[in-house]
Write a protein that binds this ligand. Structure first.
Ligand code: MN
Length: 242
């Protein structure tokens, strides 16, 4: 246990260290004064307790216990194991298994993020449907995005029932079009870690580099690393970590 905690703390330290380097580089490049706020310290994933004792008769107690104590706990364990393995890869410079561990991280951390949302998407008997402050901002956004409330509920339920194999029904805020959308999530690991806020992205679809680099994606990525806009990235980070 102590050993595990030490390793977690070591990971947290490594994560903070690389972030610090990125942020100082940004400020040096942009000539900005250092921000006064310090970024949050990375922490290991932990299993949140259930916010209620039972959801009977809608969900039986045995399913609830297994789902939370075994399945969700497994995601937490897997996500931390992936973080540890990636920290070790950075330490040793050996990225031979980076694809494996990035997939493990995405799969387990997304499972953890979605289950955390799932537990807090339910309440015994439901609650808040006729809020004293009706219409809430969410009520108004649902109506603006979907029309009458029942239409949104119909679409959400239909989309969720129609998810192929294992997956999720998700009601999400889509900031570019400023609307709520109902999504089907079939393979949650294909969408990185749900709840993440992107700070820096590199497009490696062939259309982004093929005219100049043809099949040499690595050359494109290496060159791309030299034109990063750390100033914009810092602004996005400071908004996201606020
Ligand atoms: Mn589940």
């Amino acid at each position: 246990m102590t050993d595990r905690m030490n390793r977690r703390q070591a990971i947290a330290g490594i994560g903070l260290g690389s972030l610090g380097v990125a942020m100082s580089a940004s400020r040096a490049a942009s000539g900005e004064a250092p921000a006064t706020s310090t970024p949050p310290t990375p922490v290991a994933y932990t299993l949140p307790p259930l916010p209620y004792k039972s959801l009977e008769p809608i969900i039986d107690d045995a399913t609830l216990a297994l789902h939370h104590d075994k399945h969700h706990a497994g995601y937490v364990k897997g996500a931390n194991a992936a973080l540890e393995a990636l920290a070790k890869a950075r330490e040793t410079g050996d990225f031979a298994l980076v694809k494996h561990w990035e997939r493990e991280l995405a799969f387990h951390a997304s499972g953890h993020a979605l289950h955390t949302l799932y537990w807090t998407s339910m309440w015994p008997g439901g609650r808040g449907e006729s809020s004293p402050t009706y219409p809430t901002a969410l009520d108004q956004a649902m109506e603006a995005s979907f029309g009458p409330r029942e239409k949104m509920l119909d679409q959400f339920a239909a989309a969720t029932k129609a998810v192929e194999a294992s997956g999720w029904g998700v009601l999400a805020w889509e900031p570019l079009s400023k609307r709520l959308v109902a999504l089907q999530v079939e393979k949650h690991q294909d969408l990185t870690v749900w709840g993440c806020v992107p700070i820096l992205v590199c497009d490696v679809w062939e259309h982004a580099y093929y005219l100049k680099y043809q099949n040499r994606r690595a050359d494109y990525v290496d060159a791309w690393m030299g034109i990063i806009d750390w100033q914009s990235a810092s602004e996005r980070f400071e908004k996201a970590a606020r």
